[in-house]
Ligand binder design. Structure first.
Ligand code: NAP
Length: 249
């Protein structure tokens, strides 16, 4: 059966880590544009709460239980999407952890923290992309947005006077640099297809991750994610963007 027949022609979006913060605002933003949004949640009760409130607002949202570090659950999630919709139009790789809060010298960074951060932010993100790729290939023009950060930019970290030069959070920053590289690698592999991969810096945002010290709202941050998730066929592929345009790698 063709995907359109199974999904009624609906555009399907999956946002990982959509229980709060930028992920939640992105899920709302995409649903407001008419997407059927799969709310990726490692904690099903939190996810159910989000879905309930979105549905009450008239949005088309569904829970997808998904701890991105659980490979079996990732595979099951892909099977569920396949069964229900047969394709995926948008994948937002938002779920991530930041295990260091205060900058500290890289020479003192505990390996355990770096490993744990990479497990979620890099390896699990890669596994999700690989698992969802067959579904993305079946969409007309799928978009993948990887949540990165200015902290992952080598360009900003090496620019004299840049505030990113003085924010050594080794595990988080190195993992986001790896997310940028993942973005480029997948974009290169798939550049002859309609699928586009881009990385986004949402800016310093008021969420749990920043202990609500951010200067932007989750809705402001999500706007740039939603924009990259819905770029037209002549839009960029394999780039790194914030709300003002390109961010240096
Ligand atoms: P947040 O408030 O900490 O929310 C993180 C989300 O990811 C939560 O929904 C969390 O679920 C989920 N998550 C964590 N580990 C997961 C896993 N293994 N499987 C599934 N979900 C998982 O973070 P945020 O500030 O919204 O950040 C969202 C994204 O933007 C992240 O990639 C972050 O690195 C990036 N970013 C944020 C900022 C900022 O200033 N906030 C700046 C630049 C980039 P639970 O609710 O279950 O914990």
């Amino acid at each position: 059966m063709a995907s359109e027949e199974r999904s009624g022609g609906a555009r399907i979006a999956l946002v990982t880590g959509a229980t709060r913060g930028i992920g939640l605002a992105t899920a709302r933003g995409l649903a407001e544009l008419g997407f059927v949004v799969l709310v990726g949640a490692r904690d099903a009760s939190k996810g159910e709460e989000v879905v309930r409130s979105m549905v009450e607002e008239g949005l088309d949202a569904h829970l997808l239980e998904l701890d991105i570090t659980d490979e079996r659950q990732v595979r099951r999630a892909a099977e569920t999407i396949d069964r229900r919709y047969a394709h995926l139009d948008v994948l937002v790789n938002n779920a991530a952890v930041k295990l260091e809060f205060h900058p500290s010298p890289p020479s003192a960074a505990p390996l355990s923290l770096v490993r744990e951060t990479f497990e979620t932010n890099v390896f699990a993100t890669m596994v999700v992309i690989q698992a969802m790729l067959p579904l993305l290939r079946r969409a007309d023009a799928a978009r993948v947005v990887n949540l990165s950060s200015g902290l992952g930019s080598l360009g900003l970290a090496t620019t004299p006077g840049s505030r990113y030069r003085d924010r050594p959070l080794l595990s988080y920053n190195v993992a986001k640099a790896a997310v940028n590289s993942l973005t480029v690698q997948f974009a290169n592999e798939l550049r002859d297809t309609p699928i586009k991969f881009n990385a986004v810096d949402p800016g310093y945002t008021n969420t749990g991750m920043t202990r609500n010290t951010g200067s932007r709202t989750a809705e402001q941050a999500a706007a740039v994610v939603v924009r990259l998730a819905t770029i037209p066929p002549d839009g960029p592929n394999g780039g790194f963007f914030d709300e003002d345009g390109e961010v240096p790698w």
